[in-house]
Design a protein around this ligand. Sequence first.
Ligand code: DHB
Ligand code: MG
Length: 228
Amino acid sequence: DQVNQGKAVDAYVKKHLLHEDRGLENAYANSTKQGLPMIAVSEVQGKFASMLTTIGSARNVLEIGTLGGFSTIWFARAMKGRGKVTSIEVIPHHRDVAIENLRAAGVQVPEEVDILLGAALNILPKLAEEIEEGKREPFDFVFIDADWDNQWNYFDFGVKLSKGKGAVIYVDNAVRNMLESGIVGDAERVEKAVDVVANVGADDRVDAVVMQTVGSKNYDGFLLAVVK
Ligand code: DHB
Ligand code: MG
């Protein structure tokens, strides 16, 4: 079926286009060993997202949801010598494992990747204040990969914390969320999450699209928005 074909294509892409990376392999193995949920981006998704920062010459990346730092390592690799990643994580154990994984992958913490511990909805207003006061640069790429209930709030902050025109907001699992919450596909389901796609569509600050993906994470997809 489509999901199995997707997995086969992911394996083929990985074989030919993704170089062996001990840092990423260790991050995955160590996160598993330390009991983290295995819900990080796939390698193909991680590479794609990190390539967007290269295409856009991003200098200041904000990540919401560090988990074990798998996507964070991708961003750090892509940003090397060009800029910095700031990542927010709410669970101390995840933050600790992420720091281990990043350092083992040769990423300097906090010089190249700074992990802020706390609930994003508490930290984001502080970042906004620091940007307002000129103590922190606005972000040019925001990667949202955290709890789905707050996706819209994170998106809204992402736009506010961005440098403005041309800044990119990437929302992981936008499609998974639509499917699993019953926003799309299952009329019987009542557990509807906030419809981030509908909100983004009504938001004059951005232009956006959703890409469906199929691969090692089955049926998935992300929302990509550019600030106008
Ligand atoms: C799941 C996948 C994700 O990428 C994520 O961020 C959260 C949950 C999942 O498969 O349930
Ligand atoms: Mg995700």
